[in-house]
Design a protein. Sequence first.
Length: 272
Amino acid sequence: MTTLPIVGAAMTLDDVETHRNWLLEKPRDLELQSFVEADVLNGDWAPLAERARKLLDGHQGRLGIHGPFWGFVIASQDPDVRAVVTRRLLQALDVCANIGATQMVIHSPYTSWSYNNLDNNKGEREKIIEYTHLTLKDAVKRAEDIGLTMVIENIEDKDPHIRVGLADSFNSPAVAVSIDTGHAHYAHGYTGAPPVDYYVHAAGNRLQHIHLQDADGYADRHWSLGEGNIHWRAVFAALAKLDSNPRLIIEIKDKSKIPASAAYLASLGLTE
């Protein structure tokens, strides 16, 4: 990135109504989080999609959604569980095709337990990759067909490289990497993982999405930016070295503080 980036945000449709002027004032990227729940995806989501299209009339940024994740992992060894996960992801991709979203966030299968045990059990590294491919193969094909990229977000990942290797294993433009700054900071503070900027360096140009949230290294706080102790200058210095132009998505609990979070980064001279 050669110029200062513009940040976007993760919002529900209700939040978009509240912050629509802020969203439309610049070409801000948006991650819709109204299509995560199973009851939404199993039901008639067409009215929600129509509402999204109307609210986003005039939106100039890139559009994505947070994909479903509750209650499952993408690397289950149980074929029945994999079938449910595959169906749920395909449902979400149908939403993406309907509203014109070009990115979907999915969750990493790696845990802090994985870091210490993948090499303790023969073939465990390969098994996780195999199970993930079995789960995602149909979704990857669908994503390729509609021009969408699924980005794998770190959850408990202690090793910043392993998720990048998983994305690479698909050899597809439809699979890339996401970083959640608060999750990485939790892993740093609680499990001894590297600091957040190391996750950015490890991802390199595979990084196409980042959740910006502040935290204290103890829990998944999703605080407004500036309320925790993440070293934002180091994070954005690492981002400045990339050519992949990742979507910078503010993802905080108190949505009323989205504009303040954006203003905080701008006050540091890190974003527009």
